[in-house]
Design a protein around this ligand. Structure first.
Ligand code: HEC
Ligand code: HEC
Length: 362
């Protein structure tokens, strides 16, 4: 309907323009013929190159000065305008960059939106547009019995995802999904529906919803638009860290967890964003956990300090802080894939030491 109206307006404008041009040509033609009549026989006087020009007095007098003054003014304009252009160019570029960041993020938000709003429903599983964590209906099949069970699979909060992963790692997750979980591949390379631009837009949207950091160094942010969201040096807001510490303390006090390390490993802190068990304990995400740390998407961590890639505890602490990096070696003959998140920006040093103690006791 709209297209039809649009189409008919466009063609009416086109027809109107054509008619206008045709009338214009006719009028021009008439004037030309009339003016041409007058000229017949008077070519000698009317020819441009036969007209007398200014004499030397006029040419080298005020007229020359006017032309020279004009030249000086133009020169002055260039002298002022070029440096001004040079001075303003960086901020113009920054502004342009910010404009694109905003556009990408807003296109990304349309992709992130629930199905009813025309999006791909990331919001539906991940806890709304702010992605504070949710759950996804899924079915798991028992390998031995073949029994199929309907479950709710916890989907982690994404408003801290850039605290755990860098941009390339998040891109990998979006492109290839999390195999054997409700998180399907979204990128064309992984067999999903989205092209590179759409994945980029989602990455920008996720940046825009990150919980802003505290204590960013000045000018460190990737762009003005993302401000404190993405700087490297910043940490989570104190209030949030206090909330997490309080949940851990409460769990230890109530006996739900025997130690701080166990609480971090097993509990659903920050909608599971902090949990190790969601990747290292099979079934944790759908409330049917197997042996703690038995391995799932992430490796088997049982066997404690003897059966691992880390002889030295300090190496393991460093690894948990920074996470794995694609191709980078770690510990004792380990090589990262970039899929293990870094917790240095989300957990305090003491909390990381506590969880490492716990892992080494498994
Ligand atoms: C059907 C539900 C569902 C949909 C739709 C969905 N996800 Fe997920 N997503 C999940 C689940 C569940 C996980 C956690 C999987 C696991 O346990 O490893 C996850 C994991 C992730 C992660 C990794 C987070 C982390 O810390 O490990 C990112 C990033 C992510 N999703 C982004 C998205 C984006 C962007 C979209 C939309 C294109 C999306 N998801 C759509 C269910 C979903
Ligand atoms: C998003 C999934 C995920 C989460 C969450 C996660 N891990 Fe991992 N982890 C992995 C993967 C995958 C590996 C394998 C290394 C790789 O692929 O780079 C790994 C490797 C490890 C290793 C090295 C094992 C070895 O011997 O090589 C340790 C130790 C570890 N994780 C501990 C933790 C702890 C402690 C936490 C919680 C604070 C945690 N992980 C949270 C996915 C995860």
């Amino acid at each position: 309907m709209t297209a039809a109206i649009l189409g008919s307006t466009t063609s009416s404008i086109a027809i109107f323009t054509v008619v206008l041009i045709a009338i214009g040509w006719v009028v021009y033609g008439i004037f030309n013929v009339v003016a041409g009549r007058r000229e017949v026989g008077s070519e000698l006087e009317l020819a441009a190159n036969r007209k007398e020009y200014y004499d030397d007095e006029t040419l080298e007098g005020p007229r020359l000065e006017r032309v020279q003054l004009f030249g000086v003014l133009l020169l002055a304009l260039i002298v002022v305008a070029l440096p001004a252009y040079w001075v303003f160019e960086p901020s113009r570029q920054a502004g342009a960059q910010e404009g694109w960041d905003k556009r990408f993020a807003s296109w990304g938000s349309q992709l992130f939106a629930p199905t009813a709003e025309g999006g791909f429903n990331c919001a539906g599983c991940h806890g709304g547009m702010a992605a504070t964590g949710g759950a996804a209906p899924f079915t798991v099949t028992d390998d031995l019995t073949g029994e199929v069970t309907a479950v709710d699979w916890k989907a982690p909060a994404l408003n801290t995802v850039y605290y755990r992963f860098d941009e390339d790692e998040v891109r990998f997750i979006l492109n290839y999904g999390r195999p054997f979980s409700p998180m399907s591949p979204w990128g064309l390379v992984g067999g999903g529906p989205m092209n590179t631009q759409q994945i980029d837009n989602l990455l920008e949207y996720l940046k825009s919803i990150q919980i802003p950091r505290e204590d960013c160094a000045p000018g460190e942010a990737e762009s003005e638009y993302f401000g404190e969201q993405l700087c490297e040096s910043g940490v989570l807001p104190t209030s949030l860290q206090e909330d997490i510490a309080a949940s851990i303390d409460a769990a230890v006090a109530s006996g739900e967890a025997a130690s701080v390390g166990e609480a971090i490993f097993n509990l659903e802190l920050g909608s599971g964003a902090y949990s190790c068990a969601r990747c290292h304990t099979q079934g944790w995400s759908y409330d049917d956990p197997g042996k703690t740390g038995q391995g799932a998407y992430g490796w088997n961590l049982t066997g404690g300090s003897t059966n691992s890639h880390f002889n030295a505890e300090s190496d393991m602490i460093d690894f948990i802080k920074s996470g794995s990096e694609f191709g980078k070696v770690y510990g004792n003959q380990g090589q990262g894939s970039g899929r293990m998140p870094g917790f240095g920006a989300m957990l305090t040093d003491e909390q990381i030491e506590a969880v490492v103690d716990y892992v080494r006791s498994l």
